[in-house]
Write a protein that binds this ligand. Structure first.
Ligand code: AMP
Length: 125
């Protein structure tokens, strides 16, 4: 499997602003934040995307979501709310091929989920 920048963050080879860590997960601030709070929760294990999960990974994904919930509480954004986002593959806009959950909040967020261009690509398989 291809190494990504996130593997280097896990190994502490490049710096990151780490906000939480467990045996299997790491959470750190996104380097290009879209909002005042923008954190990525990743598994330390190499998994490319949601599409690469096995049925046995349900617990892992649940723990990713629960860690995001805990971080949101720690950062006092729970009451006003936030977005959790998994981008998956090309059409999903995923850039880094290592599973990650975005926790985005601290401001009122727009809805901007629309097909690129006129959406004609949407019919392709
Ligand atoms: P995605 O488009 O869902 O694959 O998101 C990848 C995210 O990783 C983007 O929001 C990037 O800003 C973020 N990112 C890339 N490199 C780093 C890095 N070295 N440290 C923190 N975040 C990063």
């Amino acid at each position: 499997m291809r190494e990504t920048v996130f593997d280097r963050i896990i190994r502490r080879e490049i710096p990151a602003d780490i906000v939480a860590e467990t045996e299997e997960l790491l959470a750190f601030r996104d380097i290009r934040p879209l909002a005042p709070v923008h954190i990525l929760v990743i598994p330390k294990r190499q998994i490319v995307s949601i599409d690469d999960l096995t049925d046995e990974d349900g617990g892992l994904v649940g723990r990713m979501v629960l860690l995001a919930r805990d971080i949101a509480r720690d950062l006092n954004i729970s009451r006003k709310g936030y977005k959790l986002l998994f981008r998956t593959g090309r059409d999903g806009g995923q850039e880094v091929p290592h599973l990650h959950l975005h926790l985005i909040g601290g401001a009122r967020l727009t809805e901007n989920i629309r097909p690129v261009g006129n959406g004609s690509e949407a019919k392709g398989g």
